[in-house]
Design a protein around this ligand. Structure first.
Ligand SMILES: C[C@H]1O[C@@H](n2cnc3c(O)ncnc32)[C@H](O)[C@@H]1O
Ligand SMILES: [Zn+2]
Length: 434
């Protein structure tokens, strides 16, 4: 007997070797997808009727700062350096562990409700983030955000904290959590520090999550300081490899793209954040044409201002079309791959496809809605018209986290109330310091 059977749904497999099934069945057993077929004789403890729904792999958000939900709408309409240095960093100086706990719970609630099954996070008080991920049932690749600012002593303590987190949390929650090193960016961490991080990550067999060439200001700073851009500098210290997740990568030259591709670096594209902070447009189609693994992220809630992957997919597609002046650029199917298959590859998890043996990280999207009718093409609707609130059911590791719009893995109202209270107290502490 299986654990869960989802029947009568349109199965969007995202598996190049398995066609979509118009009216199919997904069988889930022991946290894995046990069968994907047209019919089954199998019985299960839980049977979900997905008539009129799409059954698909859940989304992988490859770049966020979950705890920043507490700063949603706090400092809008600013350029990155002003936003970060004059608003966000002073506010983050007042953050406590319980703030990050409350903010991350709010983030995980939003992610469960909007169909995200895994996320890559870089922030502070990461033990709190680990606890929330563990209890929420989600998957995550977590990193402590190390900001060294050319201070050798600070660098030592930052690396110590990063290492302690990796050593304690890698593989936790039955393997749902992986721990990465999170050096913030090449313009906030020295070359010497980044070399140490690279070395330590290799020793610990841990991956690295870093912001790269997000803004033109970073490009100019790097050229002034090193006579070369961030990608060339990182390449000169053999930083890159398939274990690196580089967020943003907006200001890339053709040569930089070749370096990233040749080193199999995973690139997290964050179109909404890049538009909101006016950072620029990442050359996504050029990277994909080169065969690079480009995935999708939201960035934190202070620069987005939500964690919805439907919105991110639409923004990614539209931005490439207008940038290249080519309406055929980044079609719906390709952007769906970025949000599922490519994201799973970046985090090295067996998710992102509805395939036998893969993790049962599955979402059910309700297509019986005015804005999704009529239905000619499923990828088209998912990218151009569906939204977060169309996700009906979210399953991670074979466990139902949201069932028919009802969140099971946490007390929704309590998470919202505690997030709001934590934000209010945090901002009054920040204001008192002004
Ligand atoms: C972990 C630190 O990273 C900061 N942060 C959040 N969003 C961005 C971004 O788009 N670029 C650079 N740094 C960012 C966050 O506030 C933490 O201080
Ligand atoms: Zn970021």
């Amino acid at each position: 007997m299986a654990d869960i059977i989802i029947k009568n749904g349109y199965i969007l497999t995202m598996d190049p070797s398995l066609e979509n099934i118009k009216n199919g069945v997904v069988v889930i057993e022991d946290g894995r997808i046990a069968d994907v077929c047209e019919n089954t004789e199998e019985t299960a403890d839980t049977v979900i009727d997905a008539q009129g729904n799409v059954v698909m792999p859940g989304f992988v958000n490859t770049h966020t700062h979950a705890g920043m939900t507490l700063f949603r709408g706090y400092a809008d309409d600013l350029a990155l350096s002003d936003w970060l240095e004059n608003h966000i960093w002073p506010a983050e100086a007042e953050l406590t562990a319980s703030d990050v706990y409350a903010g991350t719970r709010l983030a995980c609630l939003e992610m469960v409700k909007s169909g995200t099954i895994a996320f890559a996070d870089m922030y502070f008080f990461m033990e709190e983030v680990g606890k929330v991920v563990e209890s929420s049932g989600l998957r995550a690749a977590l990193s402590y955000g190390m900001i060294e600012l050319w201070d050798e002593e600070k660098g030592k303590t930052e690396l110590k904290k990063g290492k302690a987190f990796v050593n304690e949390w890698n593989g936790k929650a039955g393997g749902r959590i992986s721990a990465m090193y999170g050096p913030h960016a090449p313009n906030t961490c020295s070359k010497e520090f980044l070399m140490k991080v690279r070395e330590q990550a290799t020793v610990d067999n841990a991956k690295i999550h870093i912001h790269v060439l997000e803004t033109e200001a970073e490009l100019n700073q790097m050229k002034e300081q090193y006579g070369m851009c961030s990608v060339n500098m990182l390449d000169s210290i053999d930083f890159f490899g398939p274990d690196v997740l580089a967020a943003h990568c907006v200001w890339l030259s053709d040569g930089d793209m070749d370096i990233l591709r040749n080193n199999n670096v995973n690139i997290s594209h964050n179109p909404v954040s890049n538009m909101k902070l006016a950072s620029g447009i990442a050359p996504v189609t050029k990277l994909l044409d080169r065969g690079a693994n480009v995935c999708l992220g939201t960035d934190g809630c202070a620069s987005n201002n939500n964690l919805g992957m439907f919105e991110e997919m639409k923004a990614a597609a539209l931005l490439q079309k207008v940038d290249t002046m080519d309406p055929m650029a980044l079609p719906a199917r390709q952007v769906l791959e970025m949000a599922t298959v490519n994201g799973a590859k970046a985090l090295d998890i067996n998710s992102g496809m509805i395939r036998n043996g893969y993790n049962a990280d599955v979402i059910i999207v309700d297509m019986n809605k005015a804005h999704l009718s009529p239905l000619y093409d499923v990828p088209s609707h998912l990218v151009y018209s569906a939204g977060s609130s169309d996700v009906r059911t979210t399953i991670v590791n074979g466990k139902v986290l949201m069932d028919d719009y009802r969140v099971i893995c946490m007390d929704e109202q309590n998470v919202i109330d505690e997030g709001r209270d934590a934000a209010e107290e945090l901002i009054s502490r920040v204001d008192a310091k002004k």
